[in-house]
Design a protein. Structure first.
Length: 183
């Protein structure tokens, strides 16, 4: 992190235990995304002090290249100290989820996986009808069409010709695409 985290309290007494929790959670955020440049944590409560039932609000702003991640969470349940810790944990958990989602969206170029290239030889060929069957090296029979060839070499094909292809699964079974004559 390029700048020291800013931790501030509004209408809440300063607590070393809460500071330590916030520092630990910031370190976890930094492990999730090493590009974090800064972090601001603001913990606040209404002005009227109550022993039980106070509302605690934690706002978290994580600075990153590009848009920042901002999260706010409120808790109002039991005793004051437990509610503040719960609010801090909920805010940091929400920030972790937001960072994970942001990383997925910002760097999320999905890689398309291609079927492996297989080899085989033509077992049957209907040159006038424009289709045939190839027996793959592993023994499976795969259908192919004239349109599956990557170049216009249909006239060169005959029974026994060695070819390379990618196998796809169709409605009626496997078929070959990207068919080329093996050289």
């Amino acid at each position: 992190m390029q700048t020291e985290p800013i931790i501030s309290y509004h209408n809440i007494d300063h607590s070393p235990a809460v500071d330590e929790l916030v520092q630990r959670r910031i370190a976890l955020l930094e492990r999730r995304d090493e590009r974090i440049t800064g972090c601001e944590v603001t913990m606040e409560a209404p002005q009227k002090r109550k022993r039980h039932g106070r509302v605690f609000k934690v706002r978290l702003n994580v600075h990153l290249p590009g848009p920042d991640v901002s999260v706010a969470r409120e808790v109002a349940q039991g005793s004051a100290q437990e509610d503040l810790i719960l609010a801090v944990n909920r805010a940091f958990t929400a920030a972790e989820k937001a960072l994970k989602k942001r990383k997925k969206v910002m760097g999320g170029v999905e890689v398309k996986h291609h079927a492996p290239i297989l080899h085989g030889e033509i077992a049957e060929l209907e040159p006038e009808l424009g289709y045939g069957w190839v027996t793959a090296d592993d023994g499976r029979r795969v259908y192919f069409q004239r349109d599956s060839l990557t170049s216009d070499q249909w006239e060169l094909l005959e029974k026994g010709t060695r070819i390379r292809f990618r196998e796809m699964e169709g409605e009626k079974g496997p078929y070959a695409t990207a068919v080329t004559i093996a050289g």
